[in-house]
Design a protein around this ligand. Structure first.
Ligand code: NDP
Length: 259
């Protein structure tokens, strides 16, 4: 899926920390040239690029805001010039959360979450979708969702609305882009232990392990296999799907009688 002599190009949004950071490393080790964006964490981004280049991989970090078209276009243009080919894979990972009851949520926070999580996904998919279509080679787009794709979490109305949007966006994009050989799927992670989640709730891993049928919290590594599946030939006839990578936690109904 690339011009001769070049590595296939994968783009990852929000690759400087957490899940995105881990996915960038995994894709580089799987043989992709990986370009990732981030908003402000230059330190972790630079350190990761240095480490992966040191291991012999091709990695590029570009600072920019996923919700601003100019930044998105510049990120993708830079990545394509760098890699010398159209993207084969796009991972729409960047996402933020705010915590507030609906009745107190400031309008600006609502706008920021929707712009980052949902509009960011749209802007990248549109730009990369056009390039994949023009290349005649198709490609794979993987959106990172959440339990909020289907369930309402308390005090996260903006985040929940954005991830519900990702669920439907994935399906619409799959239906429209199929004609170009582009698959669009979603990975909906359960509770994943990252620096951010540990900071937000010190008992995060223990709390979520208790209600997760597989008895543990997830790690970013748990998302790698599903991502490589959607990105690879084994999933070439799979599109418009959401894969729950959650240890079963969002399959379990709230149940008043124990068990
Ligand atoms: P982190 O906060 O650790 O990482 C978020 C990444 O997105 C960072 O690289 C951050 O860059 C980047 N980012 C945020 N806003 C922007 C922006 N406007 N423009 C460019 N980059 C931006 O989060 P996680 O790794 O935990 O989450 C990653 C994804 O996984 C999100 O979509 C989240 O909703 C989803 N998810 C996570 C779960 C979990 O348990 N961790 C569970 C379910 C879903 P910077 O640091 O520079 O701001």
């Amino acid at each position: 899926m690339t011009t001769e002599g070049t590595l296939p190009l994968a783009l990852v949004t929000g690759g400087s920390t957490g899940i995105g950071q881990h996915l960038v490393g995994a894709l580089a080790r799987a043989g992709f040239a990986v370009a990732f964006s981030y908003r402000s964490s230059s330190g972790p981004a630079d350190a990761m690029v240095a480490a992966l280049i040191g291991e012999g991989h091709a990695v590029l970090a570009v600072r920019g805001d996923v919700g601003v078209r100019q930044d998105v276009d510049a990120f993708i243009e830079k990545a394509v010039e760098w890699a010398g080919c159209a993207p084969t894979l796009l991972v729409n990972n960047a996402g933020i959360q705010t915590w507030s009851p609906l009745l107190d949520l400031p309008e600006e926070r609502w706008d920021e979450v929707i712009r980052t999580n949902l509009k960011g996904c749209f802007l990248h998919t549109q730009n990369v979708g056009r390039r994949m279509a023009d290349s005649g080679l198709g490609g794979a787009i993987v959106n990172i969702g959440s339990g909020c794709n289907k369930l309402a979490f308390p005090n996260l109305v903006d985040y929940t609305a954005s991830k519900g949007g990702i669920e439907q966006f994935t399906k619409s994009a799959a239906v429209e882009l199929g004609q170009y050989g582009i698959t669009v799927n979603c990975i909906a992670p359960g509770a994943i232990a990252t620096e951010r989640t540990a900071k937000e709730a010190p008992d995060y891993a223990a709390d979520w392990s208790m209600i997760t049928p597989l008895g543990r919290v997830g790690t970013p590594e748990d998302l790698v296999g599903p991502l490589l599946f959607f990105a690879g030939p084994a999933a070439r006839f799979v599109t418009g799907q959401t894969l729950w990578v959650d240890g079963g936690v969002f399959t379990r109904a709230a149940w008043p009688y124990g068990g």
